[in-house]
Design a protein around this ligand. Structure first.
Ligand code: AMP
Ligand code: MG
Length: 341
């Protein structure tokens, strides 16, 4: 299949936006920009199109998709019930990197929800994609537009690398500002539960949901045989092909580990580590700048392989603010291999 590149810097690109909407209305697959990462969109109401998303990504069938809407009025068509608290969070965080899991209506096929009786819904902030959703007149199922298991796509080039030749079109726009995926909160349980940390922080959520429960899978490997609330959290994900390990400890301890270990040829680190390192490195910026780390994270993970590293060590971020989302992606990128020094 030849993948068409539709260049749409902003909403003045009406021809490209209309073409993307037409492809979606006809059951095709289009990668679209969002403020979190690029998404691979198809009509959430078209089972065949949804099946093609799973095929193009090589995604396990039990890993449900997030449905994207552009207008609050669309919500009632797809979810059975919205609690007052869920509505409050939507009002506060939409459009933006916040996803609510709610009881689903039958119109949402099981293929979208991975067989669950809930559906995840988000209103993305990217203006081009909001326009594409409105023009298509459809709710769009859209997981991240990467090969399943690979780092998520935070630039259009990442999408081209992974999905060229496998989908109908890619809407080429800017790089994603947030850089990690949305925060997923389930309102199908009481009290609400954080399933995946992301662009909206726990600190922001707790202002509205003081008794928010943090799912253990956010910061640790789910135990074998235990059912996870968010199927996506049980997989090794976001991974470079190189051997990787994450190390938590001081700058000196991290640098000693990197410098003394023969099998390590690359460090993924913070600016503060650089003066102590004697091996090549990729920096995610300052240790305290978690937003910057999120923005750079997936490009850096892809760069580990572009540099042909055989063994890379990643310095663990702290878990405050957006740091929790970065930490959550990194423990999966290293297959839960974390060394505390
Ligand atoms: P992605 O769109 O690739 O970023 O992945 C979507 C994430 O949302 C995965 O981690 C899913 O497990 C999670 N998710 C989507 N729908 C649901 C749902 N109905 N219940 C729980 N988690 C969900
Ligand atoms: Mg994904």
């Amino acid at each position: 299949m030849k993948t068409k590149l539709l260049y749409a810097k902003d909403i003045t690109a009406t021809l490209q936006i209309n073409e993307a909407a037409d492809i979606l209305k006809n059951g095709g697959l289009v990668a679209v920009p969002t403020e979190t990462v690029y998404g691979l969109a198809a009509s959430a109401l078209n089972e065949k199109a949804v099946a093609n998303i799973f095929k193009a990504k090589g995604r396990p069938n039990d890993n449900p998709l997030i449905v994207h809407i552009a207008d609050f009025s669309e919500l009632d068509n797809i979810v059975a019930e919205v609690s007052d608290l869920a509505k409050e969070c939507m009002d506060a965080f939409w459009p933006g990197p916040f996803t609510a899991v709610l009881p689903k209506k039958d119109i949402i096929p099981n293929a979208v929800s991975g067989g669950l009786n809930t559906v995840a819904v988000r209103m993305p902030a990217n203006a081009v994609t909001a326009e594409i959703i409105k023009k298509s007149g459809l709710p769009l199922a859209a997981p991240s537009a990467n090969t399943s298991g690979a780092p998520s796509p935070s630039t259009p080039y990442h999408v081209i690398e992974d999905l060229s030749g496998k989908i109908d079109a890619i809407v080429v726009s800017g790089d994603c500002e947030v850089g990690v995926e949305s925060t997923v909160v389930s309102f199908a349980v009481n009290p609400p539960r954080l399933l995946r940390p992301g662009g909206i922080t726990v600190e922001q959520l707790k202002e509205l949901i003081p008794d928010l429960v943090i799912d253990p899978a956010v910061t640790a490997e789910p135990e074998k045989g235990v059912k996870v609330a968010s199927p996506g959290m049980k997989y090794k994900h976001y991974s470079p092909k190189a051997n990787t390990v994450m190390v938590a400890g001081s700058e000196q301890a991290f640098a000693d580990f990197c410098n003394k270990n023969q099998d390590i040829d690359l460090a993924l680190c913070f600016d503060e580590d650089i003066p102590l390192l004697k091996i090549p490195y990729i920096s995610l910026g300052k240790k305290a700048d978690h937003s910057k780390q999120a923005e750079l994270l997936f490009s850096a993970l892809r760069d580990i392989d572009k540099r042909k590293s055989k063994g890379a060590v990643i310095h663990a971020p702290t878990k405050e603010g957006m740091g929790l989302a970065v930490y959550n992606r990194l423990i999966r990128a290293v297959g839960f291999k974390v060394i505390e020094l």
